[in-house]
Unconditional design. Structure first.
Ligand SMILES: [Zn+2]
Length: 474
């Protein structure tokens, strides 16, 4: 089945056809280093991490580039407010960003590129825009003359005169109030020499200078949060398509829905954010990955602390099914009985549907629902106390790991793989606890239960007897 991706540029799902055969080039807007990363950033990065994982799973050779904005007005303003050096502020925040990504298992990026290390490429792009008469100079900087670009607004679907009201204009000598800065003339903060005097680049030109260098004039996927669509991505199109005279600059524009808190975007300026570091103190990274994958990447998510708790429970349900599977009796022979054949067919069907869901614009919530259907089948099989061959058991576990791997979940060791002796010791303890309980020695039985819990083994007393439940340690 061909992969279909929703393209913001055309507002429809399109069959994904890379420009260079099997090779795929993807660029995603990275962090602006003026504060720690929060859950809103985690959503964007993890959404694109799943997209990258799936493209590779399908056999594409993906080159994934992410820029690091370490020169930008927000960094300089924050440094001023906090009496810090802006270069040091950005530098100090880069390591925590990478630590957050590592902790989240976000390892799909091939190259991170800092804006500050691409100033020659930025200046070169501005020079070329001058040569083509798209750029002009004023007292405050160099600007792009938007009156010269016919296609303005094709990404955000608005006309030039409609956006006037959105922009605050610090320079009345500009040709059009909407014209954006390519180079800002400055006397303080981080400064570089340029043909137009000392200053620093505008935000949008940082990205196109970096993407042109590593990915070329045209490439396959450009992604980012929905909040970057305008003016940031729109301006990137203006710059790059003026330079190359090739359209479109990017064949597939992807935008992720935002993380909301009480109806407002989670953001640093809103003061309603939770840092990634803080969330990971209480939750396993797989819980966070499950949480974001359980909603479609284009949809917004309304964040509540309770929703993370629900994600944790759902993920535990999947693990528990796998653990149940691991504890089933194994049949000696190689012949499959009807029940086992049925389970195998269901497994094949689940995989097919999972992949079909992913092929439909990376529909992760639908894909996850197929994992749950399979978990239900396993649990039914286990509840009926049926036996299966070791081969089938292995196939189910491997398929869960393989498909879970696309989402970055279900990668933990299953109980089935515990050393046999450890397993027997646990069983012995469970049995001893039962005996203590029957003798009403609750102190001893509770002690065994709480020590087992510390080891991640949770015992639940149910009408059917003691059941073990999978717990993910935070
Ligand atoms: Zn960007």
């Amino acid at each position: 089945m061909p992969l279909k991706i929703y393209n913001t540029l055309t507002r429809q799902k399109e069959v994904f056809r890379p420009l260079h055969g099997n090779r795929v080039y993807m660029f995603v807007c990275g962090p602006t280093l003026y504060d720690y990363s929060h859950l809103g950033h985690a959503k964007t990065y993890l959404n694109f991490d799943v997209i990258a994982r799936y493209l590779r799973y399908k056999g594409y050779s993906l080159f994934y580039l992410m820029n690091i904005t370490d020169v930008e007005d927000r960094i300089i303003n924050r440094a001023k407010e906090t009496n810090k050096d802006p270069v040091k502020l950005a530098k100090d925040l880069e390591l925590p960003f990478h630590q957050d990504m590592k902790a989240l298992g976000m390892n799909s990026v091939n190259l991170y590129a800092r804006a500050s290390e691409h100033i020659p490429e930025i200046i070169d792009q501005i020079k070329r825009l001058f040569e083509k008469d798209y750029a002009y100079e004023t007292k405050t900087g160099v600007y792009y003359n938007l009156a010269k670009f016919q296609d303005f607004g094709k990404l955000s679907h608005q006309k030039l005169d409609e956006v006037k009201k959105h922009r605050i204009d610090p320079d009345p000598t500009k040709k059009n109030p909407q014209d954006f800065a390519l180079w800002k003339k400055k006397t303080s903060g981080p400064l570089w020499n340029s043909p137009w005097g000392k200053g620093r680049p505008g935000w949008h030109i940082e990205d196109t200078a970096i993407s042109e260098l590593y990915l070329g004039e045209q490439y396959d996927i450009h992604g980012g949060g929905l909040d970057l669509l305008f003016p940031h991505h729109e301006s990137e199109i203006v710059q790059m398509e003026s330079l190359s005279e090739k359209k479109p600059m990017v064949t597939h524009w992807l935008h992720t829905g935002l993380l909301m808190v009480s109806g407002e975007r989670m953001g640093k300026s809103m003061g309603n954010f939770v840092t990634i570091v803080d969330v990971l103190k209480d939750y396993d990274p797989e819980v966070l990955r499950y949480y974001f994958a359980s909603t479609h990447y284009r949809s917004p998510i309304e964040y509540t602390p309770k929703s993370l708790e629900q994600a944790k429970e759902s993920l535990e349900t999947l693990y528990t099914a796998l653990d149940n599977l691991g504890e089933l009796k194994t049949t000696e022979g190689k012949r499959l009985d009807e029940d086992e054949k049925k389970l195998k067919n269901e497994l094949a069907e689940m995989k097919k549907r999972f992949l079909a869901a992913m092929d439909d614009d990376f529909n992760t919530p639908l894909a996850i629902s197929h994992l749950f259907n399979m978990a239900t089948s396993i649990n039914k099989f286990a509840a009926a106390n049926k036996a299966l061959t070791g081969k089938t058991r292995q196939e189910v576990v491997e398929t869960f790991k393989e498909l879970g791997g696309v989402l970055g979940i279900l990668q933990k060791e299953q109980r089935a793989f515990e050393a046999e002796s450890a397993k027997e010791l646990i069983e012995l303890l469970v049995e001893l606890r039962e005996q203590f309980r029957k003798r009403k020695d609750f102190e001893a039985s509770d002690r065994i239960r709480s020590r087992l819990r510390e080891l991640g083994i949770v015992l639940e007393d149910t009408p059917k007897g003691v059941q073990r439940k999978r717990q993910i340690l935070g």
